[in-house]
Design a protein around this ligand. Structure first.
Ligand SMILES: [Zn+2]
Length: 84
């Protein structure tokens, strides 16, 4: 599993994988422009990443289902009606 982080400052994006140290200072720093997410906010991002990974692993290992499912979580908070 990986997460893609979009930097609204420079327009760049970067990916972080489960094997990466997602809690590091480097992980919360845009490699293109060096903009950085605050440690407090990044803690929430990592917490959500871990929860998503747990959910996807549960879907994958559910042997009772013949159909395998995967889920992508897509952020739409930049849109006005995202909470509607
Ligand atoms: Zn950037």
């Amino acid at each position: 599993m990986f997460m893609r982080v979009y930097c609204r400052r420079c327009g760049g994006s970067f990916e972080l994988y489960s094997r990466d140290d997602v809690t590091s200072r480097k992980a919360r720093t845009c490699p293109h422009c060096q903009e950085r997410v605050s440690p407090e906010t990044w803690g929430k991002v990592v917490e959500a990443f871990d929860a998503c990974r747990d959910a996807c692993e549960a879907l994958f290992s559910d042997s009772k289902s013949k159909t395998r499912f995967t889920v992508d979580y897509i952020d739409d908070t930049i849109y006005k009606n995202s909470r509607a």
